[in-house]
Ligand binder design. Structure first.
Ligand code: ARG
Length: 586
């Protein structure tokens, strides 16, 4: 469906043309003075320079034409050269009438779907999920849902870190405590046990202990490094133990991501890309993309226009070992081979930006990734505590994600039980949904690249720019519809708006397609947050101004029910794109 702003824009462009001006001046934007008009065109100001005429004169000429249109209630040329536009209520309601769940409220799926891989988990096996993993999960999940809604073929990949030193550390710590396990017997010939020698909670204790121990004991640290290399070289006992670490850890990660309503299509691991490394290295050497520098294999990525230092991209260390970027490049090769994507999007901490720039340049220059495949880095900022420093537990430790989520749910639960007489079980289920909305909205309402402050009190508030406020609005609409008895479709019942708040609400509804498209193109879920907040405000003004259930004019009441049915659908779709859902009541 055409966007309403494009329909208006077309008329305005034609009016410019009719008066002998270039159509490019007929750009329409939302009004920045909603008290004066709904849409505006500032093109006369620019045209004035090109045609050496007074801007107001041009605006008046164009306005003359626009006044004849069926679409507009009021057209005004205003000094110094604005054209202010107010739509006819019939035109607006005619547009809004066409919005339905079937056509995704006017945001239809693209005719030209792209294949997009989104790399957005980044969790590391055997390390507990902590708040640092929250942002990629929340932002990546939302972008995945938005792109899919727009009709693209999206593949979300968790890209687990399972191939680094943490595995060596864990294995050597287990060995310290249980040296007799078969995994550590070099000459062991039998089958390895199918049961893991640890539970998830034991495993989660092992890593921090091993990591701390490695800092004070150099011998242990060296042993862990050696064990990591041996694992990578295929030591069967280590491989078997590593497999247990993976299984136990992945099961737990899945549970955690499930709780967050974060769902990956692929559970790929860094280790899965290792098989692509030898062929890739061969290719880079054969085609003279790589050179040897002090024993290491590197690809130069510096460009003439660079003003900053761009170190070469190292492919192999002088001892032949591979690096984080070797794995990332090999993963690109793997993704090209498996999916041939049009785009690979990385949702990763913005502190890795230079790293990714180096890797992207290397991939493009060596054509490991072809020219036409877009590589995008979406860097996110840090979630800080109220002191402005990275979020920590009260005693200064790293906050586990599970605990953070639990804290939020508990705070919401207290609030619900304080204010409502409700069965505790029901209240708990509601608190879980509301808590998740608070957490996700608190995060997504900020531009991804910015740092933000985790403010529990504010995030869980039922008023203001928060997730719970959106849920509260949805629940309010559900309750009105329930009392009325049924939902109605706008196509069947919507009438032109009669009051200001009704018209404002329709204007908001009409913008949905434009906002979602922009959010997709700009990787900007915060635009959806902004929009939904405005929509919820518009609904609440409408609700306070009109007594929907007591209305005696039945046609008018039907129109209103159809309007709020539509608004409910848009709000529910919107929060789904953000990655959370509303309870039935709260
Ligand atoms: N596991 C990494 C970390 O904890 C993040 C992975 C990001 N994705 C990637 N393709 N490198 O820092």
């Amino acid at each position: 469906m055409q966007k309403i702003i494009d329909i208006i824009g077309k008329e305005v462009r034609e009016a410019f043309e009719a008066k002998g001006y270039d159509t490019k001046y007929g750009v329409v934007t939302l009004s920045n003075r909603p008290d004066l008009c709904q849409y505006q065109c500032n093109g006369a100001l620019a045209a004035a320079k090109a045609y050496k005429k007074a801007p107001l004169a041009i605006a008046e000429e164009v306005a003359q034409i626009l006044k004849m249109s069926e679409s507009f209630e009021k057209i005004e040329a205003a000094a110094p050269g604005f054209i202010n536009i107010i739509l006819k209520n019939e035109f607006l309601s005619g547009y809004v009438k066409q919005l339905s769940p079937e056509n995704q409220f006017g945001c239809e799926k693209t005719q030209a779907p792209k294949t997009i891989v989104i790399d957005y988990g980044g969790a590391n096996v055997a390390k507990p999920l902590h708040v640092g993993h929250l942002r990629p999960a929340i932002i990546g999940e939302s972008i995945k849902r938005i792109d899919r809604f727009l009709g693209h073929n999206v593949i979300g990949d968790v890209h687990l870190g399972d191939w680094g030193l943490q595995i060596g550390l864990i294995m050597m710590k287990i060995k310290l405590e249980q040296p007799d396990l078969v995994y550590f017997q070099a000459d062991y010939q039998g089958e390895y046990p199918s049961e893991a020698p640890f539970t998830i909670s034991e495993l989660e204790q092992i890593y921090p202990a091993a990591s701390a121990y490695s800092k004070e004991n150099e011998e242990f640290r060296e042993a862990a490094k050696a064990a990591t290399v041996e694992l990578q070289n295929g030591n069967p006992g280590y491989r078997a133990l590593w497999q247990h670490i993976l299984n136990v850890s992945i099961e737990d990660l899945k549970k955690n991501y499930d709780n967050l309503l974060v769902d990956f299509d692929l559970w790929k691991k860094e280790s899965d890309a290792q098989g692509y490394i030898p062929g890739m290295v061969e290719y880079l050497k054969q085609n003279n993309y790589a050179r040897i520098s002090e024993g290491a294999l590197v690809v130069d990525v510096k460009e003439e226009t660079d003003t900053k230092e761009m170190p070469p991209c190292m492919i192999l260390k002088s001892d032949g070992g591979t690096l984080y970027n070797t794995t990332d490049l090999a993963t690109m090769v793997e993704r090209m081979e498996l999916f041939n994507p049009d785009e690979i999007l990385y949702v990763v901490d913005k502190r890795q930006e230079l790293y990714f720039e180096t890797v992207f340049r290397c991939a493009k220059k060596t054509v490991l990734v072809p020219e036409e495949t877009k590589l995008t880095f979406l860097g996110f900022g840090t979630m800080n505590g109220k002191d402005g420093k990275p979020f920590k537990t009260r005693d200064g430790g790293v906050m586990r994600l599970e605990n953070l989520i639990q804290n939020i749910s508990n705070a919401v639960l207290d609030k619900i039980l304080e204010n409502r007489d409700m069965d505790r079980k029901d209240a708990e289920a509601i608190a879980k949904k509301v808590g998740l909305a608070a957490l996700k909205y608190g995060d997504l309402s900020n531009q991804a690249s910015k740092d933000y402050i985790f403010d529990l009190e504010r995030f869980i508030s039922f008023e203001g720019n928060t997730g719970p406020y959106l849920l509260y609005t949805i629940v309010r609409i559900k309750s009105i519809i329930q009392k009325y008895g049924k939902e109605l479709a706008a196509a069947d019942a919507l009438q032109p708006g009669k009051t200001q708040s009704e018209v404002d609400l329709m204007l908001e509804a009409a913008k949905f397609n434009e906002v979602i498209e922009a959010a997709g193109n700009e990787y900007a879920p915060h635009k959806i947050c902004q929009y939904l907040y405005g929509l919820a405000n518009a609904f609440n003004s409408f609700y306070h101004e009109n007594k929907i259930l007591a209305e005696e004019d039945k046609e008018k009441q039907k129109s209103w029910i159809s309007l709020i049915t539509l608004i409910k659908g848009i709000l529910e779709t919107g929060i789904d794109l953000l990655g959370f859902e509303a309870p039935e009541r709260m």
